[in-house]
Design a protein around this ligand. Structure first.
Ligand code: CP
Ligand code: NVA
Length: 307
């Protein structure tokens, strides 16, 4: 079996729910200390072209707990498309390992990797999207609210890779998704159009953050300058300053509004200490759940294979 996890757009609503259900099952087994090793003998090569804490830690720890092993390949080991052609890397790794997890700049390289690998490829973030993150996020929201009914989620900040994955999710599961940020920082145009045209969710871009936050169930933020945009950090800090998630802005939501951040956070920029450390913050549950959801994804993609 060869399948990939490249984008939430590739999944049906049923498949999304199956993954979330399996993640809950696996999480419960691990918490109960069960000896559950569906990935015994499996190995996964992890290619990182960008830095990472959570993605590396969660995949490496997760696969180990499930009986497998992950190799960490740094930007110096594999220089995707520079030292070697993407298709050659894909073919070589396919001779050794049972899966590839990659964090890359170019989404096109991710697609090429998946095309030429004969083993499953998991997307651990590209400039375009971050599907593992948003699967972990929606799992966390469900865990806290008990369901995903009548969900209003407001993303405050840049229309970045995380937002693109939220839009892909909103094209599959019903929600009210609002992006509030300065003009000129919209998400990917096709992804936004597809999400709107799907008719599944109510999708809005509202530049006034106070208006956007009204009745939000979840308020989510992320860095203003993503990895690879470091040169724009000063300019963005000025343009995004009205979109800082602070106590004043949060006062325009509800007392029960949950706060999320995919991390790493730039405390004092997009979010204040008070908000990220506040009682409505679920960011560390969110970080932990990356592992549980990715465990489900790895089991779905890898456990049916022969060693
Ligand atoms: N949220 C997330 O993907 O974190 P890392 O960049 O540290 O992996
Ligand atoms: N948008 C951020 C997410 C980090 C997990 C980035 O791409 O740097």
């Amino acid at each position: 079996m060869k399948d990939n996890f490249i984008s939430i757009a590739d999944l049906s609503a049923d498949e999304i729910h199956e993954t979330l259900d399996l993640a809950a099952e696996i999480k419960a087994k691990l918490k109960a200390g069960e000896d559950y090793k569906p990935l015994r003998g499996k190995t996964m090569a992890m290619i990182f072209a960008k830095p990472s804490a959570r993605t590396r830690i969660s995949f490496e720890t997760g696969i180990k707990k499930l009986g497998g092993y992950a190799l960490y390949l740094s930007p110096n080991d594999i220089s995707m498309g520079k030292r070697e052609a993407v298709k050659d890397i894909a073919r070589v790794i396919s001779r050794f390992n049972e899966a590839i997890m990659a964090r890359l700049f170019s989404h096109q390289h991710m697609l090429e990797l998946a095309e030429y690998a004969s083993i499953p490829v998991i997307n651990g973030l590209t400039d375009y999207n971050h599907p593992c993150q948003v699967m972990g996020d929606i799992f966390t929201v469900k865990e806290h609210r008990g369901n995903l009914d009548d969900l209003k989620i407001v993303f405050v900040g840049d229309g970045n890779n995380v937002v693109n994955s939220w839009l892909n999710l909103a094209a599959k599961l019903p929600m009210h998704f609002v992006l509030t940020g300065p003009e000129g920082y919209d998400p990917d145009e096709n992804t936004l159009t597809n999400a709107k045209d799907s008719g599944i969710s109510n999708i809005e871009i509202i530049h006034d953050p106070v208006e956007a936050l009204k009745n939000a169930d979840v308020v989510y933020t992320d860095v203003w300058a993503s990895m690879g945009q470091e040169d724009e950090a000063a300019k963005r800090a000025e343009e995004f300053k009205d979109y800082q998630l602070n106590t004043e802005l949060m006062s325009h939501s509800k007392p029960s509004t949950l706060v999320m951040h995919c991390l790493p956070a730039h405390r004092g920029d997009e979010i204040t200490d008070e908000v990220i450390d506040g009682e409505n913050s679920i960011v560390f549950d969110q970080a932990e759940n990356r592992m549980h959801v990715q465990n489900a994804i790895m089991v779905q993609l890898m456990s049916g294979q022969s060693d």
